[in-house]
Design a protein around this ligand. Structure first.
Ligand code: PNS
Length: 159
């Protein structure tokens, strides 16, 4: 069985992330979305909220699971018997950092391969930080994040 992990902060999940998850779920037998619970970062959404939002928008994908992790990505992949790490690339700006991470992860676990998927061009400008900035100004999130979770994000920004 070919299992892949798709890691990220997902603070919150965007349409760009969901597009990668949907496409990866067609290629792999199972995709485990890994939500980084980094104690040094100050995310807008808790890891429980981020996992809940991802589960809500991936419930139509039976071979996708979501879990949080707070250690090394290669350990998370190993725990889930995944031999592939999926990363999405939007622009050339993403490349350098991702290239470095891929080489580092390969050094940490030679059996784990990083595979890059090009983002759908219609989502290439979307990032979680832009979603948060827009939500902070009560901007329209339609098209940026899955429709099902817009109300949840807006609610978060009311407080
Ligand atoms: O969505 P992001 O914030 O770009 O995702 C970054 C992520 C979660 C993929 C990356 O920070 C990560 O893999 N963190 C886990 C810790 C780790 O394994 N780091 C690499 C070796 S030091």
């Amino acid at each position: 069985m070919r299992i892949a992990v798709y890691p990220g902060s997902f603070d919150p999940i965007t349409n760009g992330h969901l597009d990668i998850i949907e496409r990866a779920s067609k290629i792999f037998d199972k995709v485990v979305v890994g939500v980084l619970n980094n104690k040094n970062k100050k995310p807008k959404f808790t890891s429980e909220e981020r996992v809940m939002l991802i589960k809500k928008v991936t419930k139509h994908l039976p071979n996708v699971e979501t879990a949080s992790f707070d250690g090394l990505l290669v350990d998370f992949a190993r725990e889930h018997s995944a031999s592939v790490i999926i990363k999405g690339l939007r622009t050339v700006n993403d490349f350098e950092y991702e290239f470095q991470m891929a080489l580092l992860n390969k050094t940490l676990d030679n059996d784990c391969e990083t595979m890059f998927m090009m983002t759908n061009s219609k989502y290439s400008y979307i990032s979680s930080s832009m979603v948060n900035e827009l939500a902070g100004y009560n901007g329209d999130l339609a098209g940026l994040v899955p429709t099902d979770i817009i109300h949840y994000i807006k609610e978060k920004y009311k407080h």
